[in-house]
Design a protein around this ligand. Structure first.
Ligand code: IVH
Length: 680
């Protein structure tokens, strides 16, 4: 074979030019417009062709070529670059009144009471960057540094797919500096941390640290492996060319030129509307695809911005309203071990109380032993506690300490159940320790009873956790069946239980006797049998007797049931102790009528795994879930490679992004409704 390229230079030059154009255009459609026209695979094919041509003729390789996004050889150090226009910071407001003061100051300074238009935008929690374009070509990327001088990170910013290497459209000034935030979406953060763990490397504490660490790599090939994004939020230098006279107008133009502009950016009139926006975003915050730490408000009109000017190092025309911090540092006081319903022993961190995510936190979950080892945690450590949205507080990492940690106490795992003293068993496949005491263990018994009474199970109103604890401790209740023989006298003897509440509780226990087969199956607390599986088992077998007779083969015929679940069902329903409890329930008058069995006939969505995300206007997610389950689908909370389909409602966030990255089928609400209709 000849080593002479079979494409002539002039031909390659033209083709490379076309490919660059096409790739930049597709990139723009994907990131700025969120409207890709080709698949990722097709994009890769074009990119590979361009790479091939550039390998044949290295002189065709240019800085604005999409092939340059893979990074280049490491730099010895970052050069310093001067910001012609200083990169400022923002003043902060911590409550509504401080925002109102801000508006009052604006009116006073302008000597004008006319309503002011503000642009509201999320304050992205990442790293500020400056991007310099000469004649539409990216020539320099820099960090903020001290605001006057930053570091030259051009090679690194080139690897970020949402940063245009060449501007789209026309009308941009010959010298244009665009500023914005580089950040790591949550899904990307999870992915790189999972990778770090797999390689036994230390994970990043949060997406911001991960973004900063990724951007300050001397080896841009490492940056290229990190799924960073950039949203533009302002201009720096802009020489020549007619630009809009408002901030929002400028952002729209930047979008046309190929930048990603945050989709939640919006203009409102007056500070009260800004406060409303803050409230709306506070609700959305936990479900966004990326971390935000507040809202930035900017006076929209450049004329007014100029009139207002700057004070110290912040503009007078903008302010940031911070959200309650999602992270705080506190001391780990102790680690205790809790025993759950299935006997799983989980470590719980006891913390010096700290205000985080808007509440005072004194406990955090630690999942399992591996996590403690991974974190290298010791009692007495200063730890970073994270509480995002309604999520249970977690320990994200340990603060580097100046004191000697050798003196701190290592965390010792129990070898026997801390509640009943039974042996602990470690399951081979999971990093979980389990108490082998079963229902002999009071902790497991209490949890089993709480589960039995919970809303989706027998729904016994008024039977709270504290009451169950007392009933078990006092020896009044050993199994769930004992609940049905409790009387007012016994109950009113309990702490904080008045006669009236005791009477009510006896009544709600009596009412719970009339239940359904799916509820009962769920309430029994068979491992891995959640609400959905319980419904499917009930629909398939129609009666508890039929389920008790079922062997593995029969169970495997149920959608959603695999060998593991089948094993747990058989184990549960052949255990004499459990069968005795079921008999006692019957004797106590608990009734779960047989339901018409669907038999082995398969439901239309059997075996499928669905995820619902965003706002579903027509029916809401809970109802959507019910309908899908009725068709045999399993509905879960997070997207994974196993997901069959994602229903993306209005303002879907990280789940949508993840589904896209995994190439999972995505449908919108109208398609979803059509599907339900078709399966009626
Ligand atoms: S505007 C002169 N807009 O917050 C105005 N900043 O303390 C300069 N940030 O370092 C900033 N999201 O990195 C602006 N939508 C947004 C922002 C934003 C995040 C960061 C920025 C800056 C810091 C200000």
């Amino acid at each position: 074979m000849s080593d002479k390229p079979n494409v002539a230079f002039s031909q390659a030059e033209t083709e490379a030019e076309t490919l660059r154009e096409q790739l930049n255009q597709h990139n723009y459609r994907y990131y700025s417009l969120d409207d890709p026209q080709i698949t990722d695979a097709e994009y890769d094919q074009l990119l590979r062709r361009l790479e091939h041509l550039e390998t044949l003729y290295p002189e065709l390789r240019r800085g604005d070529s999409p092939t340059q996004r893979v990074g280049s050889a490491p730099l010895p150090m970052f050069e310093s670059v001067e910001h012609k226009v200083p990169m400022l910071s923002l003043a902060n407001a911590f409550d509504d009144d401080e925002l109102r003061d801000f508006e009052r100051r604006l009116h006073a300074r302008l000597g004008d009471d006319r309503p002011i238009t503000f642009v509201c935008e999320p304050k992205l929690d990442g790293v500020a960057v400056s991007l310099l374009y000469h004649d539409g070509i990216l020539v320099q990327g820099a960090t903020r540094g001290d605001g006057f001088n930053g570091e030259n990170i051009t090679a690194n910013v080139r690897t970020i797919a949402s940063i245009p290497l060449k501007l789209q459209g026309q009308g941009y000034p010959p010298v244009l500096e665009v500023r914005g935030e580089v950040y790591l979406p949550r899904a990307g953060f999870k992915a790189i941390n999972a990778e770090a763990l797999a390689k036994n490397e230390k994970p990043f504490v949060n997406p911001r640290n991960a973004a900063a660490g990724s951007l300050r790599q001397l080896d841009s090939r490492i940056t290229a492996t990190r799924p960073l994004e950039m949203c533009a939020y302002s201009l720096g230098q802009a020489e020549g060319g007619g630009l809009p006279d408002t901030h929002l107008g400028t952002m729209r133009l930047l979008k046309e030129w190929g930048f990603l502009i945050n989709s939640l950016m919006t203009a409102v009139v007056g500070i009260e509307a800004c406060i409303d926006y803050y409230q709306r975003l506070a609700v959305l915050r936990a479900d966004l695809a990326y971390d935000i730490d507040g809202i930035v408000y900017k006076v929209d009109s450049f004329r007014l911005q100029e009139a207002l000017g700057f004070v110290a190092r912040a503009p007078r025309w903008a302010i940031a309203r911070k959200f309650p911090a999602e992270e705080a540092v506190t001391r780990l006081v102790d680690v205790e071990f809790q025993v759950g319903r299935t006997g799983a022993v989980t470590p719980v961190a006891r913390l010096e109380p700290v205000f985080v995510g808007g509440v005072t936190v004194s406990n955090a979950t630690l999942h399992n032993e591996d996590e403690i080892h991974r974190l290298g945690l010791k009692v007495g450590d200063q730890v970073v506690v994270r509480r995002a949205g309604d999520v249970i507080p977690q320990i994200a990492g340990i603060m580097p300490s100046d004191t000697d940690r050798d003196d701190l106490q290592a965390i010792v795992f129990p070898t026997r159940c801390p509640v009943c003293g039974s042996a602990l068993q470690r399951s081979a496949e999971q990093a979980v320790l389990r108490c082998t005491g079963g229902l002999v263990c009071p902790a497991q018994r209490k949890q089993a009873i709480k589960h039995f009474a919970s809303r989706k199970a027998l729904d016994i109103d008024g039977l709270g956790d504290k009451i169950v604890d007392q009933l078990v401790d006092a020896g009044l209740v050993h199994t769930v069946a004992d609940l049905f023989s409790l009387n007012v006298e016994q109950l009113s003897g309990l702490e904080r239980m008045a006669n009236k509440s005791a009477t009510n509780l006896v009544q709600s226990i009596a009412a719970a006797r009339q239940t359904t087969l799916p509820r009962l199956l769920y309430a029994l607390g068979i491992r891995e049998v959640g609400e959905t599986t319980a419904k499917l088992l009930a629909a398939h077998f129609g009666s508890l007797e039929k389920l008790e007779e079922a062997d593995e083969e029969a169970l495997l015929a149920v959608p959603d049931v695999g060998p593991v679940v089948a094993g747990f069902v058989i184990k549960f329903l052949t255990n004499p102790h459990h069968l005795a409890i079921i008999d006692s329930l019957r004797e106590a008058g608990v009734e779960w009528p047989d339901i018409e069995s669907r038999g082995p006939q398969l439901l239309p969505l059997a075996g499928e795994v669905w995820v619902l995300t965003g706002t579903l206007a027509a029916m809401g997610r809970a109802q959507g879930k019910e309908q899908l389950e009725a068709l045999g689908a399993k509905v879960v909370g997070s997207v994974s490679a196993k997901t069959t389909c994602l229903v993306a409602g209005e303002s879907a966030g990280s789940k949508l992004e993840k589904a896209r990255s995994l190439n999972i089928k995505i449908i919108d609400e109208s398609e979803f409704l059509a599907l339900l209709q078709a399966n009626q």
